[in-house]
Design a protein around this ligand. Sequence first.
Ligand SMILES: Nc1nc2c(ncn2[C@@H]2O[C@H](COP(=O)(O)OP(=O)(O)OP(=O)(O)O)[C@@H](O)[C@H]2O)c(=O)[nH]1
Ligand SMILES: [Mg+2]
Length: 446
Amino acid sequence: MIRSDTIVASATAPGRGAISIIRLSGPKSTEIAKILNGKSLKPRIATFGSITSNDEIIDTGIWIYFVAPHSFTGEDTVEFQGHGGPVVIQTILKLMTALGARLAAPGEFSQRAFLNGKIDLTQAEAISDLINASSISAVKAANNSLQGQFANHVNAIVTELISLRTQIEAHIDFPDEDIEPSSIEAFSSTINHIKNDLNTLIASANDGVKLNRSAEIVLIGEPNAGKSSLLNALAKEPLAIVTDIPGTTRDLIRHDLLIDGLEIRITDTAGIRSTDDVIENEGINRAINALQTADLVLCLFDERHHKISEDTVRNLVGNTQTPIGLLRTKIDIQIEPIKNNTNYPLLEISAKTGHGLTDFRNWLLEKLSLTTHSQTPFLARQRHLEHLKQAKDYIEEATHHHLGIETIDLIAEDLRLTQNALSEITGTFTSDDLLTSIFSTFCIGK
Ligand SMILES: Nc1nc2c(ncn2[C@@H]2O[C@H](COP(=O)(O)OP(=O)(O)OP(=O)(O)O)[C@@H](O)[C@H]2O)c(=O)[nH]1
Ligand SMILES: [Mg+2]
């Protein structure tokens, strides 16, 4: 266990609440609790007690003592569940710091749990991601990471790499002896196997990264298609200016919607058309850029002026890889019956009457949840994806050499670098700077 001082923080959100939890971790925790409570605490027993200063009661509540190493941080930890008033909390924190505790930095409890080997880095990050999750799918995936599913995948590849490196490096000491053809075959087959595993893991991590943020939807269409009206109808407030003048919207207008617990960022854009207007053109460029990185692009059509077809869809969105959905707008005034000649899903709505909006919301939920909880067992971060890609680059580098006694040291080095890149994910090989930057984004008290 690391040697450390005693830290303290309120683990509950700032502001007024019924209950607050104040958490102490480190060697002085029980001593501080004893002074304030007036008697010793028994491990793992919730005890009603108080916090007293100069013979005056500051608060009463429940004390719980977790003995090292059987605590979240791996250190002696004491929690006090008291009343959730900001002045009460501040007074207790002052009393505890006067008795030798130090106010904890953001994420410092989790950092100690990591440094004491209670959790690996992916699990520590999953705690923060669970707290910040913006959908139920993200909650489930964060819990999977917290249970170690992501780390297990990484560790399985690392174990395979270690075994391969041990066998390969044994040959470095005997440069005059050729490697058996059967061994060469076995080495390259293992390298290929690891490469495939990495590719599969990168695909899952990609989905995991998407889950770790709000889903993004971009509305695209010709001027007057009804994009801004739809945004306003969904937001239930007049966020964007709506007129019958084509080219009303120029800037990207964003709104965060919460549909059944799924956070969706929806972006209204400038209508797509060819124009000499410099400002409008800039708006159109921004619209086209925004749709490239979205999770879903919705093409809106007022079919009185603009018929739906594969060509008209492609004219709007080009050759994007972003999934596409179609919306036939203003159905309160459309005369022709709906007909879908494309391979994209098509729904009809009226922003004016609200017709079709409930079906549209349900469809969105299904569409975005499908991409989210399909094959995605865990939550991931951009940082993980970068290390996985680095690992893949290094192992690919290894396959570029013709495997033989003269290249074995180069291959061994590539494999060592592959392993290091993977170890950065779980934190077995991580710089202090990286740790500081990861934990500093956590809540205080976590
Ligand atoms: N009847 C009817 N009119 C609608 C509906 N939705 C939008 N409109 C009208 O269509 C016109 C254009 O609507 P906007 O929402 O500004 O269209 P837009 O796609 O944002 O247009 P640009 O910003 O110019 O690209 C306005 O006069 C709206 O009142 C609808 O569902 N029914
Ligand atoms: Mg508009």
